[in-house]
Design a protein. Structure first.
Length: 382
C-alpha cells in the first residue's frame, strides 16, 4: 500500500501533552495534512477521551504531571484499546526513555522539537500498518469461517456417503445373493423362485427410489439438521422397511416378523431420515444374526402413550467390553435405563442424530450370545 492511499480524513488522531502550545502546534500540523484531531492535556483526561472517541493513533507526551505518558501506555496495554498505535513524544534523547516507551506499548518515538515532515511520515506509516493489520485480521477471520464451512460440508458429505453406502449395499447384497441361488440351485420349487423374484423386484425398486432421491432432491446440498416432515402411516412405513430387508434375510434363512398394535397410525416424520434410522437397525439385526435365526420388528404403545418401535434379534449380541463405548440418546435419562446404550458405529451415529431430531429417544438392551433389542420412542400427536 502506498502512502497516498492513506486518506487523512478517515483517521482520528489524539494528541496528548500537558503543554497547550505543543498541542496546538501538533494539531495544526496534522490538520493541515487533513487528519481529524482530538486534544487532551493530561493522562486521566486522555484515558477518558480514548473511551469516548477511540482514536486511530495517539501522539503521547512521556513527561506529564499526575499521570505520565508511560502510565497511560501501560493502562492501555491492559484495556480493550491495546491495539491503538502510540507514538511517544519526548524532549529527552536518552536510550533508557526510549526503552521504557517501547515497554509501555509504544510503536515509535519522536524527539522534541520535532521535524514536521518526519512526524507526518511516521504517522502515515503507522496508520498504514494499522490498516494492513486490520485487513489481515479480517482476511484471517474470513478464511477461518470458510475453513469451518468447508469442514462442516465435508462432514455432511462423509455422513451422506456413509448413508448411501449403507442403503445401497444392503439391497444389492441381498439381490446378488438371491440371483446366485436362482442360477445355481435347480432344486428350487416354483413358489420359492417366485418369492425370490418378488424380493429381487422390491429391492431393485428401492434402489431406484434411492437414486431418484439423490438426483431429484439434490441430497448432497441438503441440511442434515433440517426435518422435512410429512404425515405418514408409520405402520405401513415400518412394514415397507421390513419388506426391503427380506431379501438379505432370506439368504441366511432368517425369519422376519412384523407386528403392530395399530392397523394404521398417522405421524409427522421425515421419511428419508426415519427410513435410514429404522433400516439401519433392521439391517444390522440381520447382519449380526446367525443363519436360521429370527428378527422381529414391533410397534407398540408405552405406558405413557408414546410409540415404541422395537427391533429385536436373537443374534450374537453386544460384547460387554464394547458397552462403555456406546452412547445413550441425548433425550434419554440414563438413570432410567442403566443397561441401555447406543453405539456410535455401524451407522448408529446418524440413527441417534435423526431420532434426536424427531425429539425421540433411543436405547438398546443386549446380552452376549443371546441377542439385542433396539428401542425407538416417539411421541404421538406430534
Amino acid at each position: 500500500m502506498a502512502q497516498n492511499e492513506v486518506n487523512p480524513l478517515d483517521f482520528l488522531i489524539l494528541v496528548v501533552d500537558d503543554s497547550k502550545q505543543n498541542v496546538l502546534l501538533l494539531s495544526h500540523v496534522l490538520q493541515s495534512e487533513g487528519f481529524r484531531v482530538e486534544k487532551s492535556y493530561d493522562g486521566d483526561e486522555a484515558l477518558k477521551k480514548i473511551e469516548e472517541v477511540v482514536p486511530d493513533l495517539i501522539l503521547l507526551d512521556i513527561m506529564m504531571p499526575k499521570m505520565s505518558g508511560l502510565e497511560v501506555g501501560n493502562a492501555l496495554r491492559m484495556s480493550e484499546h491495546k491495539d491503538i498505535p502510540i507514538i511517544f513524544l519526548s524532549s529527552s534523547n536518552e536510550s533508557v526513555d526510549k526503552v521504557k516507551a517501547f515497554e509501555a506499548g509504544g510503536l515509535d518515538f519522536v524527539n522534541k522539537p520535532f521535524d514536521k515532515d518526519e512526524l507526518i511520515s511516521r504517522v502515515r506509516n503507522h496508520l498504514m500498518l494499522k490498516v494492513l493489520k486490520e485487513e489481515t485480521e479480517e482476511q484471517l477471520k474470513i478464511l477461518k469461517e470458510r475453513e469451518i464451512e468447508l469442514s462442516e460440508a465435508n462432514q455432511k458429505k462423509h455422513k451422506l456417503m456413509r448413508m448411501l453406502s449403507h442403503d445401497f449395499k444392503n439391497p444389492l447384497s441381498g439381490i446378488m445373493g438371491l440371483i446366485t441361488i436362482l442360477l445355481e440351485d435347480d432344486s428350487l420349487e416354483e413358489d420359492e423362485r417366485t418369492e425370490m423374484l418378488e424380493l429381487i423386484k422390491s429391492g431393485s425398486e428401492k434402489l431406484l427410489e434411492l437414486v431418484k432421491d439423490l438426483l431429484d432432491k439434490e441430497i448432497v446440498g441438503s441440511d442434515f439438521g433440517t426435518l422435512n416432515l410429512e404425515e405418514t402411516d408409520i405402520v405401513a412405513f415400518a412394514n415397507e422397511v421390513v419388506q426391503n430387508n427380506r431379501a438379505k434375510a432370506a439368504l441366511k434363512k432368517i425369519k422376519m416378523n412384523f407386528m403392530s398394535d395399530w392397523d394404521e397410525l398417522m405421524m409427522n416424520i421425515d421419511r428419508d431420515k426415519m427410513y435410514y434410522a429404522l433400516n439401519t437397525l433392521i439391517s444390522n439385526a440381520v447382519k449380526f444374526t446367525i443363519s436360521e435365526g429370527q428378527v422381529s420388528v414391533q410397534l407398540t404403545r408405552s405406558k405413557q402413550g408414546s410409540l415404541i418401535v422395537k427391533v429385536k434379534d436373537n443374534g450374537i449380541g453386544i460384547p460387554n467390553s464394547m458397552l462403555p463405548n456406546f452412547l445413550i440418546s441425548s433425550h434419554k435419562d440414563q438413570a432410567k435405563n442403566p443397561t441401555g446404550i447406543l453405539g456410535i458405529g455401524l451407522g448408529l451415529e446418524e440413527v441417534q442424530s435423526y431420532v434426536d431430531a424427531h425429539e425421540g429417544i433411543i436405547w438398546v438392551e443386549s446380552e452376549e450370545n443371546k441377542g439385542t433389542t433396539f428401542f425407538i420412542e416417539l411421541q404421538l400427536g406430534n
